[in-house]
Design a protein around this ligand. Structure first.
Ligand code: AVJ
Ligand code: FE
Length: 430
């Protein structure tokens, strides 16, 4: 498929998903389901607003459709918690607005040579807008998870798991490439490619599971400050945390979870999810390990020791297929450990892409040679803040919005996102 057709198809895929996520009652769309989230109708119109700004006005050089609403949908002008009180477009108006914008951006795409300014090269602006819509779709999916009430979404279960030959693998010391200068849709924070040199380390072959995390919970892990950072333990006390978010225990001691409106027993073989950075860090300390640095995560995901080079994905350079990874809201949960043998890295590390975002020990910082593009507010204004890096995407991340180099970030206390982790440890003294 040529670039233009591929862009049209990906814009359509994203819009189909946005439609599925917003095909619910108006009362559900305008409600504030959590102070952490926008009303769904805000996300919908914001998707259209960003598309109008970048594709219709900037790339297309056309007039503004609704200049008066720009401010309402500027994420920097209004906190998520305050958006519900704004004079937002109604669900009907929002749907009409995004459809009108889409018609115009498809027209721009049809006529544009897709070369010229850096923003137009390889369809970058269109790819950026596809990723933006998909990112907000994942955010809307998290809003659905926070919503209280019966299920509104459905999907088939993920494929079955299998036992892996080893719990962890050894990654030899040496140089590898982190980031990219060639991936056409890589966002500014993934650039440029640069060489890193790491000492040898061990990394888990799969994310920490619910069964493994339950052992920490039941060993009194949430009550023992030895495993936590000072701020992490204070947060546990302040919030009264006892287990991952959405978990509850019945009188018999069985753990249940609420998942998109369904309460079900916690499946032991699935990656643990809805844990904060602090919970991930505490678990790792309890088992005598630590979280991987971001560089260690990326080397495990991309390094091919045979070829001596970094690949686009753990399995090679080809885009993800359903055999490789649990992505795109195809299932409404992470898959059990071992479900994606075809997605393994050359070193035998699995489920790096999809299932759950993985907390790393690294803070959100620019790579050497970083240049903000096309706007400072995507990445740069968050550098140096109270953010930790997450890698690899979740079951709710679309293939268009994740790569071996993709970087996400959030506050270390956040757990409404589809976040889990895997552990690593130093190889020195082994
Ligand atoms: C990269 C997921 C942290 O949702 O805050 C969406 C993506 N930026 N609109 C976010 C984003 C602007 C961003 N994250
Ligand atoms: Fe946005």
């Amino acid at each position: 498929m040529n670039l233009r057709d591929r862009l049209v198809a990906q814009l359509e895929t994203a819009r189909h998903r946005s439609s599925v996520l917003t095909a619910i009652d108006d009362t559900e769309l305008v409600a504030q389901h959590s102070p952490l989230m926008s009303p769904l109708v805000w996300d919908l119109a914001h998707i259209g607003s960003q598309e109008e700004l970048w594709l219709v006005r900037d790339v297309g050089g056309r007039e503004a459709l609704r200049p008066e609403i720009d401010g309402l949908y500027d994420a920097f002008q209004h906190s998520r918690a305050s958006r519900v009180a704004l004079p937002l477009l109604t669900p009907e108006e929002a749907r009409a607005y995004v459809a009108e914008v889409r018609e115009k951006s498809l027209d721009v795409l049809e006529r544009h040579p897709l070369t010229g300014r850096r923003l137009e090269e390889a369809g970058f602006a269109f790819g950026m807008i596809v990723q933006h819509e998909q990112q907000h779709d994942e955010t809307m999916l998290a809003t659905h998870q926070l919503r209280v009430g019966g299920p509104l979404l459905s999907a088939p279960p993920p494929p079955p798991g299998r036992a892996l030959p080893a719990r962890e693998v050894y990654v030899p010391a040496g140089e590898s490439v982190q980031g990219t200068s060639t991936e056409p849709w890589a966002l500014d924070n993934e650039r440029p490619a640069h060489t890193v040199s790491l000492p040898a380390y061990w990394i888990d072959t799969h994310p920490v599971t619910n069964a493994e995390f339950t052992a920490f919970v039941e060993a009194g892990g949430y009550r023992d400050p030895r495993w936590w950072s000072v701020v992490g333990f204070q947060h546990v006390l302040d919030e009264g945390l006892v287990a991952p978010r959405f978990w509850s225990r019945d009188s018999g001691g069985t753990w249940f979870r609420r998942r998109f409106g369904v309460v079900e027993p916690v499946p032991g073989d699935e990656p643990v999810m809805h844990v904060s950075f602090h919970e991930a860090e505490a678990y790792a300390r309890w088992v005598g390990k630590r979280l991987p640095t971001e560089a260690e995560w990326e080397k495990a995901a991309r390094w091919d020791p045979e070829a001596g080079r970094s690949r686009r994905f753990p399995w090679g350079d080809g885009d993800p297929t359903p055999e490789h990874a649990n992505l795109g809201q195809r299932h409404l949960q992470p898959a059990p450990v071992g479900a994606y043998p075809a997605g393994a890295s050359p070193l035998g590390v699995e489920q790096l892409i999809g299932d759950v975002w993985e907390w790393c020990s690294s803070g959100w910082e620019p790579y050497p040679g970083f240049e903000a593009f096309p706007y400072r507010e995507y990445s740069e204004v968050f550098f140096g803040g109270d953010y930790k890096v997450l890698r690899g995407g979740s079951f709710g991340t679309d293939a268009a919005a994740v790569r071996g180099t993709f970087r996400n970030w959030d506050h270390p206390i956040r757990r409404q996102i589809f976040s889990g982790f895997r552990c690593a440890r130093d190889a020195s003294g082994v």
